[in-house]
Design a protein around this ligand. Structure first.
Ligand code: BG6
Ligand code: MG
Length: 216
């Protein structure tokens, strides 16, 4: 029996995946190389410092720990310039109604995100109050594909792992959900998220009860 839904944030609830991409691309360009969308796909769901390490490796750049911290902060400042302009209009289509209908069905709701900016984003878009628990980059020590973020989400909701459904737009995020023993619904394209139990284009595509029926 399904008792909880755990949502990734960037690319599932809000369209911030594109903000991360813009800010990382700007940083790569400043360091005299470029990243494309295909490479960016591998960064989704990955923590800020792990993303920076992957980008520097991609560009063949090596930096000291101190420099890495400086560049991670620069990227985050650029990212926050975009986040600070967010409003309720930046919530992805169908999300609010999906969250409200889930609540009405008695399903518990948690956020399971690698982002350290998660509560700011939920506050800016006005949907913080729709979540029963928030597990983000400030609460975990291991990046997706490690299941830590989703295991902690289920524990915060006091729901068994196999009664949880995870909604994810990242390959690494789906890996994390499966490693936690949960059902993984991919948000995006079937080709990219071929490890998910099934894939929808967005939360507008199916209602919570249709998702539950499909799983049973
Ligand atoms: C994830 C994103 O949700 O959060 C990654 O998919 C991002 O792209 C990660 O790097 C960490 O986010 P933040 O906001 O803490 O830099
Ligand atoms: Mg995501």
């Amino acid at each position: 029996m399904i008792k909880a839904f755990l949502f990734d944030l960037d690319g599932v609830i809000v369209d911030t995946a594109v903000f991360h991409y813009k800010a990382w691309k700007r940083l790569a360009n400043q360091l005299n190389f470029d990243i494309d969308e295909e490479f960016n796909e591998t960064l989704k769901g990955i923590s800020r410092m792990d993303s920076l390490d992957a980008i520097l490796k991609h560009g063949g750049v090596s930096l000291s720990q101190e420099e890495k911290e400086k560049y991670a902060k620069i990227k985050n400042d650029w990212y926050l310039e975009l986040v600070n302009q967010m409003t309720v209009n930046d919530i992805l289509p169908g999300v609010e109604i999906f969250l409200k209908e889930s609540r009405n069905l008695g399903i518990k709701i948690a956020l399971g995100s690698a982002s350290k900016n998660a509560s700011l984003i939920l506050e800016k878009t006005g949907i913080l109050g729709l979540f029963d628990a928030l597990i983000d980059g400030n609460h975990v020590s291991k990046s997706k594909p490690d299941p830590e973020v989703f295991l902690k989400g289920a524990e915060a909701l006091e729901v068994e792992y196999d009664a949880c459904v995870v909604f994810e737009d990242a390959y690494a995020g789906v890996q994390a959900a499966k490693a936690a023993g949960m059902v993984a619904v991919g948000i995006g394209s079937c080709e990219v998220l071929n490890n998910a139990d099934f894939v929808v284009k967005g939360l507008f595509e199916m209602s919570p009860s249709e998702i539950i029926t499909k799983i049973l």
